[in-house]
Design a protein around this ligand. Structure first.
Ligand code: SAM
Length: 287
């Protein structure tokens, strides 16, 4: 029996310390070993990998990650979990490092280790899940090898959405610029303690090859903010101010990107927005 297997169950440890979940930190815990192992298998985490886990909380998913043989850096903001995570660190034989900090401030580049693929695996705190994903998508250099992330189902659908889907918007376009994504499986609210109000889903993301990425994310975000800020309007109306600020005529700009000026943003595929952002940057830098 390994030192990890000898630890009391996660649920028993939480109850022994009388720890209550804090809603403000998005705390919903996983105690089901089948589910935590399923997430780790979906992440393809194992020996030789460096896993960054955001929000280990009492350490249920962390234990499954350690069982896979991966090295784990777990970043937790709530100091109340420190005693449980310390026990886990001692039982891990050097495989776990815990950092008590805000994951929103995390510099992935400083954590990366040569020769160890960096995989982000997390049951994300819902209140900052989207902000964390946007951070990781936009941070350069891009040091992550994959991300396997649990979101609220509605956010998961926004991450993987394709043009024409109801959930398609800024997040899907930004994601498409740097990564391919699949929704792997849903998780009912009843799988968590305490249960959240909505169901969840796990998404797997892998970065696109260097040549296939669209890298001017600042220009892309400027254009998509204007376009999706007024979703119901035709692009020739919603992008008018953006075009004017860069010294362009909005109809000429849209047509030269191959987009119907009367189209609405949710029908335009990511490549259309990349073309708009490229032309916007060129026009703007001439001014
Ligand atoms: N991984 C545990 C599990 O699956 O049972 C807990 C997941 S819970 C949904 C989210 C965790 O993220 C909580 O432990 C919470 O304290 C932590 N958290 C919330 N905001 C955070 C932040 N900004 N940085 C780091 N951890 C955070």
């Amino acid at each position: 029996m390994s030192a990890l297997d000898a630890l009391p169950s996660v649920r028993a440890s939480v109850e022994a310390l009388g720890l209550r979940a804090h809603k403000s930190l998005g705390q919903h815990f996983l105690y089901d070993l089948n589910l935590t192992q399923k997430i780790v298998r979906a992440a393809g985490a194992g020996k030789g990998d460096l896993v960054i886990e955001v929000g280990p909380g009492p350490g249920g998913l962390t234990r499954a990650l350690l069982h896979s043989g991966a090295h784990v850096i777990a970043v937790e903001r709530d100091p109340r979990f420190a005693p449980l995570l310390q026990q886990l660190t001692e039982a891990s034989g050097g495989a776990l490092q815990v950092r008590q900090e805000d994951a929103l401030q995390l510099d992935l580049g400083a954590l990366a280790r040569p020769g160890e693929p960096l995989k982000i695996v997390s049951n994300l705190p819902y209140n900052v899940g989207t902000a964390l994903l946007v951070n990781w998508l936009t941070q350069t250099p891009r040091v992550w090898f994959s991300m396997t992330l649990m979101f609220q189902r509605e956010v998961a659908e926004r991450v993987v959405a394709q043009a024409g889907d109801q959930a398609y918007g800024r997040l899907a376009v930004l994601r498409s610029a740097v990564a391919d994504a699949h929704l792997l499986f849903g998780v009912p609210a009843s799988a968590f303690t305490p249960p959240p109000k909505v169901d969840s889903a796990v998404v797997h993301l892998v970065p696109k090859a260097d040549g296939a990425c669209f890298d001017d994310l600042e220009a892309l975000q400027t254009v998509t903010r204007a376009a999706f800020g007024q979703r119901r309007k035709m692009l020739r109306a919603s992008l008018k101010a953006c075009a004017k600020a860069a010294g362009m005529d909005v109809v000429t700009w849209l047509e030269s990107a191959g987009i119907d000026p009367a189209a609405r943003p949710q029908t335009v595929p990511p490549e259309g927005f990349f073309a708009l952002a490229r032309a916007w940057r060129t026009a703007q830098s001439r001014r």
